[in-house]
Ligand binder design. Structure first.
Ligand SMILES: Nc1nc2c(c(=O)[nH]1)N[C@H]1C(S)=C(S)[C@@H](COP(=O)(O)OP(=O)(O)OC[C@H]3O[C@@H](n4cnc5c(=O)[nH]c(N)nc54)[C@H](O)[C@@H]3O)O[C@H]1N2
Ligand SMILES: Nc1nc2c(c(=O)[nH]1)N[C@H]1C(S)=C(S)[C@@H](COP(=O)(O)OP(=O)(O)OC[C@H]3O[C@@H](n4cnc5c(=O)[nH]c(N)nc54)[C@H](O)[C@@H]3O)O[C@H]1N2
Ligand code: SF4
Ligand SMILES: [Mo]
Length: 735
């Protein structure tokens, strides 16, 4: 059965790929296609970092299968991995640079013209409005080498001040939480911890659909762990839990403090660990004193017995691990919530041992690479823009004048958008992210993008919501069409390989950046960045002596031989293969080597349901086959077949009855900012008073409320006030 299906896929893919032409070369020649029969490469969707074997025919990949021996996925892949070649052959690939003409239409141009237009118009913006008026938005979905080149080119070469990544929408909260508690953005775990725990807490994470392979590893845990899931919805993940805590949305911080209260009261504190390796416990204990079970039960809507039982399970567990994702990070108080989860692990001594850890699960394939090397919020390699010694060091390694390095990090994404509103930002260069779909409060976002004097979009497709608004589209090669490295959630650095040719004149982002550097006149600054692998050597040097030191990785071949290598891996390190976690010695990256308890006052969400908008809107991933804004996954027939074909909203049957909504009826979901049409799916997986809409629909973010965590500036995508209008009633309204 499987064989037959594979053969069928192979035929279809060969036909698709046969149409793809060799990229028109400018500047340096892109890496050659790997001729081998089977070429392993890291998957380009989620942060799990599975390895896929590309099966080559005539030097082009015709099929993908999961790599059997790879330590992450061990021969498994989710539907996106199996289908990852399909989107490369889509008809709407951007194959030539496109320039909007006087009539408002896109006109194909050659690269020489595109580069001239790019340079002239960016210069015009900077000369008229100042260097800070041109900004960039990038991604956790291009390889680290490209990301670092972009950050260095934009800031050191072209004099831009501001740039941010879509990791702001995703991981900024974890970054700040770890930095403040551990002294460095260092997720401490290795995936084997999922298999070693006797208690696993998944907090605001729908692992079964967002990280299916990690879910599989958790399910193979032979200790039959107690699984606690904290999620307002009864997700696929929650349905499999031993205990599902369906808390009131955004009451997580109170819940975490309530659990800390009980753990302390019931004597579950690891006193020796706390005394030797942490700082601030007494103040934390005083802080959580008033989070009594009565108070916490009232605030979270959970039964006291459930709180007591969860605290007992965590307190008595020997190897407790706590994993969180967007249910925590995308919140008005995400950082303090993540730090409260870290505190639960610190106070019970659940860190640095197998099966433990406060573990943030990352989202995009290279979010972790972006966190270290985007050159936006931190200077390349996790250095600090504000530290003169760090600026000196980075300048020395890059062979540039330290005066070119800004003294401050960039503005975060929301501040860049606000800068457009204020007229401070006039030009934007968007690389591998689809702002017009994914950014919060879409109506405003579209208005802001349309105000720009110059919007450049560099994407695989010319049809994305953002590309359609651009003045200039630069056609990019995608995953599988270029070389480089990703860093996965467990800090594993691994290679991506060119196994297909990009269509038409599309080029790898790396070569687009190089060509721009030459056209701008700062090409010599990047002479040593002569290929992705040469760039990797520079990044390796930047990591030397840092907590993320990977100077022990010789080259790409060493990564392939070892099946990826987790940082840190300094020069003198032994065998890279065994899985490694951090902080086994109880020493953290703070100046005194101690981890910090950091806490704050819980507050209410930023918008309150009631009156005209009585429901709480939750958003997130819909299923294992859809990826974000769908530019890639919608191009695969197989993945489309596994996804809903119309937008939908999940509604509790009780609310549906009260609102006169029939199963599968069209409704309008309305917030104070905009509305969208969706079919009503009646399900008890959402509690009464709440509704859920997947983020994959083009209009979901018309509804979301632009609230942000004050410490990380991460958007609070998972709480807004909405109403449901049955379609007929709405139509009447309009008349
Ligand atoms: N198939 C698929 N997989 C993906 C992605 C994809 O688009 N598709 N995207 C990747 C990326 S970039 C990311 S960041 C990850 C995201 O992975 P997850 O964070 O696991 O996914 P989400 O569905 O965004 O959110 C997780 C859960 O948070 C819950 N939640 C909402 N509000 C609250 C709250 O107040 N408290 C708590 N405790 N929970 C709450 C939601 O009900 C949801 O079930 O997935 C990655 N994997
Ligand atoms: N309501 C709501 N909104 C959300 C979320 C939510 O939970 N709810 N989640 C947020 C999160 S966690 C995330 S991570 C974001 C994701 O939001 P986006 O980053 O906007 O989503 P993607 O669809 O992954 O967009 C990636 C773009 O890059 C292009 N691309 C892919 N590969 C390459 C490449 O190699 N080079 C170039 N140049 N282009 C490439 C794709 O075609 C696509 O247009 O969405 C956020 N938005
Ligand atoms: S789990 Fe993530 S990395 Fe693995 S195949 Fe699926 S999308 Fe790719
Ligand atoms: Mo994400």
């Amino acid at each position: 059965m499987r064989r037959a299906r594979l053969r069928h896929r192979e035929g279809a893919l060969t036909a698709e790929l046969a149409r793809v032409r060799v990229g028109g070369g400018i500047g340096q020649v892109p890496a050659r296609l790997a001729p081998e029969a089977v070429v392993p490469l890291t998957c380009g969707f989620c942060s799990t970092g599975c390895s896929l074997d590309a099966h080559m025919r005539d030097s082009v990949a015709v099929n993908l299968t999961p790599t059997p021996s790879y330590p992450v996925n061990r021969g498994h892949a989710c539907p996106k991995g199996w289908a990852a070649l399909e989107p490369l052959g889509a008809r709407d690939r951007a194959t030539r640079p496109l320039l909007r003409n006087a009539r408002g239409r896109f006109e194909p141009i050659d690269w020489g013209t595109a580069l001239r237009v790019f340079v002239d118009r960016v210069r015009a913006v900077q000369e008229t409005h100042g260097p800070e008026a041109m900004a960039f938005l990038s991604t956790g979905q291009i390889v680290t080498e490209e990301m670092a080149l972009l950050g260095a080119l934009a800031k050191f070469g072209m004099g831009m001040m501001h740039g941010d990544g879509n990791t702001r929408q995703c991981m900024a909260t974890s970054v700040v939480a770890y930095r403040e508690t551990f002294g460095f953005d260092a997720p401490p775990y290795t995936y084997a911890d999922l298999e070693e725990s006797d208690v696993v807490v998944l907090w605001g994470s729908n692992l079964a659909i967002a990280h299916p392979i990690l879910w599989g590893r958790l399910r193979s845990n032979r200790h039959r762990p107690c699984l606690v899931v904290v999620d307002p919805r009864r997700t696929e993940t929650a349905a499999a839990a031993t205990h599902h805590l369906a808390l009131r949305p955004k009451s997580d911080l109170v819940l975490a403090y309530g659990l800390a209260h009980l753990l302390i009261r019931n004597g579950h504190v690891d006193r020796a660990f706390v005394a030797r390796h942490t700082d601030g416990f007494e103040a934390f204990a005083a802080h959580v004193e008033r989070f009594t079970p009565e108070h916490v039960a009232a605030a979270t809507g959970l039964a006291r017995a459930d709180l007591e039982r969860t605290a007992e399970v965590i307190g008595r567990g020997e190897r407790v691990s706590l994993w969180w994702t967007m249910g925590v990070n995308q919140s008005h108080e995400g950082v303090r919530t993540a730090q409260a989860l870290i505190a639960l692990c610190l106070l019970t001594g659940n860190i640095g041992r197998p099966g433990t850890g406060p573990n943030s699960v990352t989202g995009q394939c290279n979010a972790m690479g972006s966190r270290l090397f985007a050159n936006t919020t931190c200077l390349l390699g996790g250095h600090d823009f504000g530290d003169p010694a760090h600026r000196e060091r980075v300048a020395r390694i890059l062979g540039i004048d330290a005066g070119l390095i800004p003294h401050e990090p960039s503005w975060p994404y929301d501040r860049i958008m606000e800068g457009i509103a204020r007229g401070e930002i006039r030009g934007l260069w968007v690389i591998a992210t689809n702002t017009a779909h994914s950014w919060i409060n879409q109506t405003d976002c579209h208005d802001l993008l349309d105000r720009l004097e110059f919007l450049v979009v560099q994407d695989m497709y010319a049809t994305t919501e953002t590309a359609r608004r651009a003045h200039l589209v630069l056609p990019a090669a995608g995953w599988g069409e270029k070389d480089g490295t990703f860093v996965n959630s467990e800090r594993r650095i691994a290679t991506v390989r060119k196994v297909a040719r990009a269509p038409g004149d599309a080029l790898a982002d790396f070569w687009i950046f190089k060509a721009i550097a030459d056209a701008w006149g700062c090409g010599p600054m990047f002479e040593r960045w002569s290929s992705p692998e040469a760039t990797f050597a520079i990044l390796r040097e930047l990591s030397r002596g840092r907590p993320c030191d990977f100077t022990g990785i010789r080259d790409y071949a060493a990564l392939d031989d070892a099946g990826g290598i987790q940082w840190p891996y300094p020069e003198d390190a032994p065998d890279p293969r065994p899985e490694r976690r951090l902080f086994g010695d109880g020493r953290f990256h703070t100046p005194d080597g101690r981890a910090r308890f950091v806490f704050g006052e819980p507050g209410p969400p930023l918008e309150t349901p009631g009156g005209r908008y009585p429901f709480v809107l939750l958003t997130g991933r819909g299923n294992a086959a859809e990826w974000h804004t769908g530019t890639r996954t919608r191009k695969s027939g197989q993945l489309r077949g596994l996804s809903a074909d119309t937008p939908y909203v999940e509604v509790n049957p009780r609310d549906a009855r009260a609102s006169g909504i029939a199963p599968n009826a069209w409704v309008r979901v309305v917030s104070a900012r905009g509305s969208m049409r969706a079919r009503a799916v009646l399900t008890n997986s959402v509690a009464p008073g709440q509704v859920f809409v997947p983020m994959h629909h083009a209009h979901t973010n018309r509804l979301t409320f632009p609230g942000f965590d004050p410490h990380s500036r991460q958007p609070s995508y998972k709480y807004a006030a909405v109403a449901l209008h049955p379609e007929a009633a709405h139509e009447k309204d309009r008349r």
